[in-house]
Design a protein around this ligand. Sequence first.
Ligand code: UDP
Ligand code: LCN
Length: 816
Amino acid sequence: MATLKRSDSIADSMPEALKQSRYHMKRCFARYIDKGTRLLKLYHLMDEINEVIDDQTERSQVLEGLLGYILCSTQEAVAVPPHVAFAIRPNPGCWEFVKVNSEDLKVEPITVTEFLKFKELVSDENWAKDEHALEVDFGAYEFSTPQLTLSSSIGNGLNFVSKFITAKLSGSLNTAQPLVDYLLSLDLQGEKLMINDALNTAEKLRMALIIAEVYLSALAKDTSYQSFELRFKEWGFEKGWGDTAERVRETMRSLSEVLQAPDPVNMDKFLSSLPIIFNVVIFSPHGYFGQADVLGLPDTGGQVVYILDQVRAVEEELLLRIKHQGLNAKPQILVVTRLIPDARGTKCNQELEPIDGTKYSNILRVPFRTEKGILRRWVSRFDIYPYLERFTHDATAKILEILDGKPDLIVGNYTDGNLVASLMASKLGVTQATIAHALEKTKYEDSDTRWKELDPKYHFSCQFIADTIAMNATDFIIASTYQEIAGSKDRPGQYESHAAFTLPGLCRVVKGINVFDPKFNIAAPGADQSVYFPYTEKQQRHTKFQPQIEALLYSREENVEHIGYLADRKKPIIFSMARLDVVKNLTGLTEWYGKNKRMRNLVNLVIVGAFFDPSKSKDREETAEIKKMHSLIEKYQLKGQMRWIAAQSDRVRNGELYRCIADTRGAFVQPAHYEAFGLTVIEAMNCGLPTFATNQGGPAEIIVDGVSGFHIDPNNGDESSNKIADFFEKSKLDPAYWNMFSTEGLKRINECYTWKIYAKKMLNMGCMYSFWKQLNKGQKLAKQRYIEMFYNLQFKNLVKNVPIPHEEPQPQTQPQ
Ligand code: UDP
Ligand code: LCN
């Protein structure tokens, strides 16, 4: 297929491309507009081409040329007779907008604003034509931040920020003064770190470093800092450079290099070694946040697992760094969540809970309050907005009390946590990080223009604005994969979909977020390898769980924990486990299985998710999915070949469950319509279970198709189920085939997906962006003001539309 030269714009090349097939294109464009004003997706565009050019060879010629390339790069189009406007995305993050006159095929470039107006004409003509409709442009505040330019560099922010800092501090010694001022500002509970006022200029610091380095070179490498601390203090140095003469010398060397002639490598090394982060607050308000009995409950999934593993890894890394810095601090990580009085047998009604496997980290739970008192029940993440401001206020007071001061880093998770983190970070002036886990916007087609229709159920108006606020307020963003930011060749990323969008009647976001912003970073999570380890590691296996797992999988009995049964125990098992959301598509997998005779003959199906009584679920989607699952079991007569097991919250036993499935020489299948990352995918791979996972989202990046597992297309059930059946047919004939995918999956995990790699990267980001924020103070403040206005004038009004559930009044005592 043809492609564009980098210098060619679509507006320049499209006229020629249309001219080459002018006869067909005129007919085609006539068809695009003949149904009046409407949104057109790629398949609409292609369907019309197929109708108009019936000769297959001729059609292939057109589609293989430049026109085909332009059409295939089109994300969406809008027909507004006589024009058709196109949003074309030749590369991840790069968009161009044009309009084509269907009568004469004249092509004109248009701005993103004009394109959004075209879209609005479909759903709200008055708004589209309102000259004073609210336009939101966060780009207007990016006058001094350098941006990346290559799609391939997106998500590599840390590297670029160290280059940009280097450039800013280069020139003369005077230009390095901001770094000196920054070092002067560092302290630990009021005690100065690194340097004191005696070294308050770059020149003084440079000279002192020379003397200190000469002194250190005469000491034994392992001489402790204490033994020369007093002398260093006289010279103007404070603690924080290192615990031994060797480490202090190394840190000083990289700073000397930076002061002499800044370079990104030494800059990165020096900033990452600084004692900047001791106390971290991590917000995750929604769902049931706990260490036991919560997984599989509504809105309670990978985010909880991710955060608990993250805390353990980050605390370990912090302890190591603090030791290396020669300090005595005890780092505290507080995971701040919602306290739920109606805790469904979990500990979510407890205020403080130490985190297992850590020394100083805790979960802090703060209740949601309304005028009527404390909210007792769980609320869906979609309905959570009315409580967040008060929650931030209450949580901030508690955090300051527990930490005895401000934290050094505030990390938000998901829309609600990121909004709360933004409010708190801006109030306290603390560095902020955001993690999305999943943004909802791309999960529902045209969710921006259709917001009015979707709002009663999902409150997307609140969600998309909250997300846009947090993305702009935050100092850095941690994504799990590239695709989360900028998608793939064919599909825009989750963040990218916030670059420009419109909520007709509310606001037109012409620049929401720029994926080329150096705040974006990729740090992929891992899976706890003491829980998820290969099925082949016989000595480590939790044999005590095996009888329970055996009953879970094979007992004939139906009860609250399992229904359906597996008549033929000799067949391998295909296994899936997830929350029972529509997007997870467990019902889709059940249907593929039901329909595919070949697959049914080869394997059994085991699904773990939710529970079986729809009347017991308070979650709208879960209720519908439970009912659907029952009807599929009935429709395809799956009893005897399928086991449906209720949500399983014991992760240690779940680890063994994955391994027991591997013992049957089965596979894990993750069939989601869209999966942001997919922790179950890496859990299964860690256990040596061959894995099939959706090609929509993170798993497409985790698995190399046909090497370390397989991609499946959730929109093409027949193709996907046949791919699974082919694998089992081949594995039956040649067991080495199954072994190969088991081993390659494990290899992939150990190379790319571990928590150790993650923790290092995250703390390096914390250090680097804390300084970067300081360097860009002016711009940050201006943007902050704009965000505050948007929050107050727009977001807070929308929140008023979200209903607060009625509860019987309760005594207002603070639960324990
Ligand atoms: N999980 C579980 N029991 C269940 C369903 C899920 O323990 O019944 C765990 C699963 O092992 C994984 C997490 O919940 O650790 C789900 O994470 P994932 O990233 O796959 O999806 P999410 O729920 O976050 O969308
Ligand atoms: C939320 C999701 O939907 C998953 O795709 C992720 O794996 C999980 O969070 C952890 O980040």
